[in-house]
Write a protein that binds this ligand. Sequence first.
Ligand code: URA
Length: 434
Amino acid sequence: MRMYDIIMKKRNGGELSREEIDYFIKGYTKGEIPDYQVSALMMAIYFRKMTEAETLALTMAMAHSGDFLDLSGIHGVKVDKHSTGGVGDKTSLALTPMVAACGIPVAKMSGRGLGHTGGTIDKLESFPGFTTALTTEQFIENVNSIGIAIMGQTADLAPADKKLYALRDVTATVDNLSLIASSIMSKKLAAGADAIVLDVKTGSGAFMKQECDARALAEEMVKIGKNAGRKTVAVISDMDQPLGFAVGNALEVKEAIETLKGNGPKDFVELCLTLGSQMLVAGGKAKDSEEAKKALDAVIADGSALKKLAEFVAAQGGDVDVVYHPEKLPRATIICPVPAPSSGYLSHIVCDEVGICSLILGGGRETKESEIDLSVGLVLCKKVGDYVAAGEPLAKIYANDERKAAEAKKRYLAACTITDKAPEQSPFIKGIIC
Ligand code: URA
């Protein structure tokens, strides 16, 4: 078999066999097939797409490219959660301590930023000293002792996805149904949870811009999960504007902490309660969503979710003081408002552009080797549907470089539409697939 023939077959619209998919995944994982050939194949897949059979074969090949985690040493039903990625998506930071505080063991593997979206691991590194480089033994030990651990993808766990994820991030080949489904499901299957709750985003800040595509992605992932014998549920949620107000690593951590203190933004709280209730029901801690939501509300009200975050940060080497004093998080030196050019209703925000503003400021990677600036980003002052007077800030930019701040400001303004008429509001949660 030759990689050249596989690229050509896909480029010409052919269907790859399981053997061809296994060949390129094995070769790429071992370092025998170079990045440039795999980039070409990713681009061919991007344009030609994959069939359901190819997507399943790719998922299984990537899941089996390394070890499967054995979580049998963790007591109780292990429930994992994964987002397809969005702007201002700090859900795991607040949701995992909430769920853990309700008694569900959280053993989660998370990723770094991808394309215009941020990643949980980068955000968590805003806590000075925090590490996600845990051994499997430490990971299991932490879940058993405090109920929660989050680790980065190790070299042994779905290594093919780890390499492909970093490659797709810098080759404009992220937003393809089969590549997203196989990336997420391969690592979720390898990470060993009993139940998987997926947060599938749709809208201008998501990889799936159209709701019908997000639904198809959700259905595909639920099918793959069930085929593999895991209880799998997908929630389809809005990403047509940033989630909450904060976009950028440390800024999002601060918003997640505020949420655990009961001061969270409305859309973000709704998402945490919806996903959390699916996790509690899947884990057998609640009989239905009503009961689950009450339990989740209670752990915020009595402070136990915030305490769980503090235990989690301490167990992974982070500075706990920052949980109680978020003003100690990395801070940008420049804060500048983006004034509205006219009065009216903010009727639309091109959401992926907001993610790109954060990238421009230094909050994401331009190349696989880029270092990120944890302190930069944006905080929205107005959300879609809000009235704004001319000159009032639409958002505030947090930067460490005047030139980058000016560029982000220009881009943010161009991403916003202000109209005389208030826009129609659509539901935030678009559906649940199970
Ligand atoms: N999250 C992932 O883990 N992979 C993708 O391809 C997209 C979002």
